[in-house]
Design a protein around this ligand. Structure first.
Ligand code: PLP
Length: 389
């Protein structure tokens, strides 16, 4: 099927600006005029999001509340359907997936009937396709197998060979789920067109849209047990009245995507890393030597410094960075991604993550490096004074 012409942002904007517009307050499942209007705009949103992702049939887009919900729907939906058919389940994923995947896998393990295999990564955070093939060879005949991998890592930006992994998985008879959350707008030429991906999860807030809306791509012929029960919305695949404004906002962000200058973002990131390397001693970049990285992400650690202090100092300067993985109590835990790449607990807790946005300027990058350099110097001087006293 031919993709329809992308609608331009101005065409959708009036609907976003007048959120109180009666037509959008309708329930898209209702048959009255307000419902039909809402359905009309929802269909437009579905087309725009499908266009962004390279999905030819917009009916394959299922709106959800987040990538987390999409991942839960894919993994649990696959598991419950296979179990209902009396099959043993094998799930293959990687050690560096987002918690949305890892915690869902843990939950399914607690229910039983599933063998979970987490593939290791190299020191650079890369995935070996040979290891995937080896693990797939060991899947017992008659079991239902799902391979779930991320397109790119949210902490290091390291890109997985997801298209090749999807082919290997499908040829071994497995269903392939892609956590594509980090890819659109950060991975040049990202598209599901022609890829052998059965299921794929995305989130609007990762592409400059609002929080609270995401989608799951469900290819024709892939049947999942419903995760939410209730109404027959989303062709009986997700019960609950659809978030029309969220879907439209997701679409508006999707339509902005082609305007992003990924080359410029990559140049700024590389310039930042070069400056840091030149000006501050004892810095190590994580995943920098991987075959492919997202254009906007940088992850680094200083030999003798904890990330937490730097994070707080930079926050006061107006820079929002991340370090390790923030647990529910707000304290910083070692990053499971860096641990899987072979770093020790201290380094895994201390690494800083920087993401460059589409509006980041060269001046901001230079200002950031100045601030970082002066905080590192100050903290190191204080630490050495304390050690001497
Ligand atoms: N997967 C990856 C790779 C992510 O980076 C994120 C969010 O950070 C998620 C899943 C979860 O996305 P959401 O915040 O939409 O639940």
């Amino acid at each position: 099927m031919k993709l329809s012409e992308p609608k331009t942002l101005p065409q959708l904007f009036p609907f976003l600006e007048v959120s109180a517009q009666r037509s959008l307050l309708g329930n898209p499942s209702s048959v009255h005029l307000a419902g039909r209007n809402a359905k009309f705009y929802l269909d437009q949103a579905r087309e725009a999001v499908a266009g962004l992702l390279g999905v030819a049939d917009p009916e394959e887009i299922l709106f959800t509340s987040s990538a987390t919900e999409s991942i839960n729907t894919a993994l649990k939906g696959f598991y419950f359907r296979a179990r209902a058919q009396g099959k043993a389940v094998v799930m293959i994923s990687s050690a560096v997936e987002h918690e949305a995947t890892l915690e869902t896998l843990k939950f399914l393990q607690s229910l039983g009937g599933v063998e979970v295999n987490l593939l290791p990564v190299s020191e650079q955070g890369e995935l070996s396709l040979d290891t995937l093939s080896e693990v797939l060879k060991k899947v017992p005949d008659g079991s239902a197998c799902l391979v779930s991998l991320m397109a790119a890592n949210n902490e290091t930006g390291v890109v997985f060979p997801w298209k090749e992994a999807a082919i290997i998985a499908q040829e071994a008879g497995a269903v392939f789920h892609l956590d594509g959350s980090q890819a659109p707008g950060k991975l040049p030429d990202f598209s599901l067109a022609g890829a052998r991906v059965d299921l794929a999860s995305f989130s609007a807030h990762k592409i400059g849209g609002p929080t609270g809306i995401g989608c799951l791509v469900v290819r024709k012929g892939v049947i999942l047990e419903s995760f939410l029960h209730g109404g027959a919305q989303e062709r009986k695949r997700r019960a609950g009245t659809i978030h029309v404004m969220g879907a439209l906002s997701f679409a508006a962000a999707a339509l902005e995507m082609p305007k992003r200058n990924l080359q410029k973002i990559r140049e700024l990131r590389d310039q930042m890393e070069f400056q840091i390397f030149q000006r501050i001693l004892g810095v190590h970049f994580n995943g920098q030597k991987a075959a492919a990285r997202l254009v906007n992400t940088s992850n680094f650690v200083f030999d003798d410094l904890r990330g937490e202090g730097l994070l707080m100092a930079l926050d006061l300067d107006g820079f929002a960075l991340s370090s390790g993985s923030a647990c529910s109590s707000g304290s910083i835990q070692p990053s499971h991604v860096l641990l899987a790449m072979g770093h020790d607990a201290m380094a895994s807790q201390s690494a800083l993550r920087v993401s460059i946005g589409p509006s980041t300027t060269e001046e901001e990058i230079l200002c950031f490096v100045d601030c970082l350099e002066s905080h590192v110097r100050r903290i190191r001087e204080r630490t050495s004074k304390l050690a001497k006293s």
